[in-house]
Design a protein around this ligand. Sequence first.
Ligand SMILES: CSC[C@H]1O[C@H](OP(=O)(O)O)[C@H](O)[C@@H]1O
Length: 347
Amino acid sequence: MKTIEWIGDVDGHLRLLDQTKLPTETTFLDCETPEDVYGAIKRLSVRGAPAIGVSAAYGIIVGLRDVIQTDRATFDQQFNKVCTYLADSRPTAVNLFWAIDRMQKLAQAESQLDPAAMRKRLLEEARTIDDEDREMCDAIGRFGAELIPQGAGVLTHCNTGALATAGMGTAFSVLYSAHKQGKNIHVYADETRPLLQGARLTAWELLQHGIPGTLICDSMAAWVMKEGKIQAVVTGADRIAANGDSANKIGTYSAAVLAKAHNIPFYIAAPSSTFDLSLATGEEIPIEQRDSAEITHGYGKQTAPLEIDTYNPAFDVTPAEYIAGLITERGVIQPVTTEEIAKVIAD
Ligand SMILES: CSC[C@H]1O[C@H](OP(=O)(O)O)[C@H](O)[C@@H]1O
């Protein structure tokens, strides 16, 4: 079952597994317009930094149908309008902007192509971004699994698997690879309030792949560490600054602080497309603020008075000094410093 799939030829459309319906329903969204794709990203029908980037790349293609018979200037105007529109869907995951920028650079480089040929070339590039992400997931899994001790309990936060990427995932790929290598790991998955990506999605993926796992409330992370159940923590990331400060789902910083307090290594797994070297530190990473209903109406049931003030940052930033290593498709970056990151990530 694919999280993200292009259906048909260049006149086709993008099909997305609707993650807001999991784990109780498996339904798909057929995205025929940029608005369909924007809405899917905004409400987290498709989510996860790499998956958002791949979806946006394909989403650009569905926005070009009406300008194929026009001149290239008109095509470029519509192309850039769709790119700007999709870039406004969510602010934190840099993969969204990385993918759109890569498509725009291609259009600039191939400015001599007519609209029909340009659209075909853009679809080829979206497919390449899709395929490359799958390969990056596999490499992250290989490098990360080497860090996981035999028989380890591994805590993870949010969801970083095939639902968040075009492949097996980032942090989840590390877990999957360690499991497949016979390391007998046991995963402790934070439920990840308020949108419960851990409970709804990671628990589902662990069962899908037969990886031993236990679902815990976010507030239990300290106690399972205190009880000696955790030997490593691995999470994903949505944007990593040049010095290694990393934005990830809200609650990740808590896990990193708790890991440090218990002398447990805390790793972040992310492809090179998640690094934003234009930002010196995590202070500059834009943090998405989401609707209060996600807190007061936890998946359909009102669980708080509507009059109460709420605060709902979707992400937090873990300073580099809390991170034992950054697991990328190019290898593990240790120690996490600007210099070490530049050696591995700078193109
Ligand atoms: C493999 S990156 C997944 C990353 O994205 C998640 O955020 P969201 O569910 O809001 O898209 C979370 O931060 C994960 O670590």
